[in-house]
Design a protein around this ligand. Sequence first.
Ligand code: S3P
Length: 448
Amino acid sequence: MTPLTSGSSGPLVGRIRVPGDKSISHRALMLGALAVGESRISGLLEGEDVLRTATAMRALGATLIREAAPGGGTVWRVAGVGVGGLAEPDDILDLGNAGTGARLLMGLIAGHPITATLTGDASLRRRPRARAAEPLRRMGARIVARDGCRLPLTIVGAVEPMPIEYRLPVPSAQVKSAVLLAGLNAAGATTVIETLATRDHSERMLRHFGATVDVEATETGGRIITLTGQPELHGADLVVPGDPSSAAFPAVAALLLAGSDVTIEGVGINTLRTGLFTTLLEMGGAIEFRNERLTGGEPVADLVVRASRLAGVEVPASRAPSMIDEYPILAVAAAFARGRTTMRGLGELRVKESDRLAAIARGLAACGVSATISGDDLIVEGHDGPPPGGAAIATQLDHRPAMAFLIFGMAARKPVAIDDGAPIATSFPDFVALMNGLGASIARADRE
Ligand code: S3P
């Protein structure tokens, strides 16, 4: 356990880069491992979740080498085995805290004639995996799991995976991606239909590695995605953009702390990920997107964020897929805003690394903020300035509420403590140093 506390901070001033995008990093290692030839990936998130995926891809037969990049940072060289070429691992694959790693790997394994068992930490073993298992079974895989389709879970992959047409019952980029990854080794076209568009990193990256992926937008905001099976994926170079879900934390901190002026360089601004920034702009946040460009098929910009007086807003349920991981930090921003913020359609937060809906409401209440759950909606009454704070928050192996409540403590009237900051390393290994470098005051609670 790493207890941390945050207290009166700021102003935050400076230029930073946040670590690479977690979703894109998992996918880059997996597709690199399936390509023929070498892929060079720079800007990879070297957080615990992604390192677990790297270990798993080695166990499945790919060669991954981490090297210092000539211009600083690291480059990962991945030599793949070709679609259909994954080897059976000789031991259990432990994905740690990584829900994305687990679901995407289920897809990869389901499409290969191999047997593998997946496990993870207490948080991952609590999370139901039935949503991914159902279509993969239809494609011919056998999946044996604990009650509620929980890990540890064994997949006996299909010898000849069947291409299917699958309508996602709930918007989920992970389930979509698991089906597409299994479809890579199926003879014919695999189609996924989504009623609301979710992050499309898999589709973009599959194309980048040489697959044919057709995407048709529906009139109601959904998409029909069709992958042509058994492509020859070729090694490709890739620069992973900064993770907008990580940039969210310094961005909100800069909005809340008077006098702040922070530039976050090279942040991914794929519109299927930027619902938080849209919402913060609606709340009156001063956020500018500068120097927009494309890297590795993904749009990127430098974000300039200045302290702002925020006002409460209504966030529609249709925006949830584009900011699904950002509600903990949005709820923090809402607590400081003028008036009420209503966030609709948050049912999915109950099955994240922890039950985030309950965790946010409980944490805000402990910090003196009125937060009510009504069905799948969350209603936060803003304080039009710093709320009391002064609470101790249990983070339950969940990195995002951990970071969100540390940001809360930086701008609240009294410090906020979290019982364990260790899970932050799953997505944002240098969070504390980077925030303190900007002017934050975050410290080990047991070393004061
Ligand atoms: C992710 C998809 C989302 C998100 C997760 C990463 C991905 O999950 O919450 O952190 O990389 O595809 P769902 O697919 O369950 O919505």
